[in-house]
Every structure is written in structure tokens, then in C-alpha cells.
Design a protein around this ligand. Structure first.
Ligand SMILES: [Zn+2]
Length: 202
């Protein structure tokens, strides 16, 4: 005899969300789209949708840890290719990519993992890539206010553009922003890109 264990689904919990209303609305949307929500694989899909979006839209707490720049390090500090997945504000489809974030330190250094945390923080919630780029730079500016310059570039594939619409498979969108000395000095920007291994772009 084969015994199939049935597990009770965990209750959906999303901080600050009206889960019941969201599940009912999601169910209604699926039905209106002509989807049969009574077949086995779809019976709890509305609930899973709400849980998934809830998770992706909930910002993660972020606390910056900084240290005295004891060695008086004057070169760039760059964390490259921090992977992220965000939800686009226009279609609620994911855009997936990576961010490279760096700065020239002043008297204080930011904990390295905090650069990655800044990316994570900026990519939660419904977003557009241009805002993500600016928010990472603004966040970094706030936590290391005495920086000598900041550079951020973000590269992502937008599923709303590659799976549907233009169906531009493999197309990636690159956005960049600069603060402080990097905004003013093209040579410094080239140096940043060179250190980050992106000689020719963005
Ligand atoms: Zn989109």
C-alpha cells in the first residue's frame, strides 16, 4: 500500500497586508482570465501568488555598520555583481540582474556586506531600474557622507520586455549613476569602470 503524506499548508503571513482580500482578488483575477482554479495544481495558486508577492515586496531591514578607515585607504572600494531580483512597477513581472556599487572612502569605511545590503534594500518593493540605481547611490551617500565619490551601475533583464511585448530575448538594460568627484571627473569614472572590469561600459 502506498501512503501519501498530506501536509497541511502553512498559513500565509505577509506583514502589513490584507492577505484574505489579496487572495480573494488574485483568485478573481485568475478566474476572469479564464484559468480553471479548481484543478489540483491551481487550487492554492492565488494564495501562493499573494505569499510570493508579499515576500518580494516586503523591504528588508537595513542597518549600516561603518568603521574607522585606520589604514587611510584611498583607492576604490567596489563590490561587483551583487545579484538581485526585483518586481517591475509597470507589469509586476520580475527584472533580474546585478549591481556594482563602489565609493572612494573618506575617514569612515562601510562594512562590505552592507554594500550588498543596500542593493537588496533598494530592490524590494515595486520598482523601476532607474530608481533602484539612484536609491542605491543615495543610500550609500547617506551612510558614508564623507565619501570622495560614488559609482553605481545596474544591469538587468526585464521579463516584461523579454517574455512578452518586444520579446527582446537576452536584451539587458544598463543604468549608471555617479556622485561627488565621479560625477565631475570622467577620468575617475573610467578608472572606476576599469577597476570594476567594465572598460567599455556603461
Ligand atoms: Zn515592466
Amino acid at each position: 500500500m502506498t501512503v501519501i503524506e498530506t501536509r497541511k499548508p502553512a498559513p500565509v503571513q505577509v506583514v502589513g497586508a490584507d492577505v484574505a482580500a489579496a487572495v480573494a482578488a488574485a483568485e478573481q483575477m485568475l478566474v476572469a482570465l479564464g484559468v480553471d482554479t479548481q484543478v489540483e495544481h491551481l487550487r492554492r495558486t492565488a494564495e501562493r501568488m499573494v505569499l510570493s508577492y508579499g515576500e518580494m515586496l516586503t523591504p528588508t531591514p537595513f542597518e549600516a555598520t561603518d568603521f574607522l578607515n585606520e589604514a587611510k585607504h584611498q583607492g576604490f572600494v567596489i563590490v561587483q555583481d551583487v545579484a538581485f531580483a526585483a518586481i517591475c512597477a509597470h507589469h509586476l513581472l520580475p527584472f533580474v540582474g546585478s549591481a556594482t556599487v563602489g565609493y572612494l572612502p573618506g575617514a569612515r569605511l562601510l562594512g562590505l556586506s552592507k554594500l550588498a545590503r543596500l542593493v537588496e534594500h533598494a530592490t524590494r518593493g515595486v520598482q523601476v531600474q532607474e530608481n533602484v540605481t539612484q536609491q542605491i547611490a543615495d543610500g550609500l551617500q547617506r551612510v558614508v557622507p564623507d565619501h570622495g565619490g560614488i559609482g553605481v551601475f545596474v544591469e538587468a533583464e526585464h521579463l516584461c520586455m523579454t517574455l512578452r511585448g518586444a520579446k527582446a530575448r537576452g536584451a539587458s538594460t544598463v543604468t549608471s549613476t555617479w556622485r561627488g568627484a565621479l560625477e565631475r571627473d570622467a577620468t575617475l569614472r573610467s578608472e572606476f569602470l576599469s577597476v570594476a572590469g567594465r572598460r567599455s561600459r556603461p
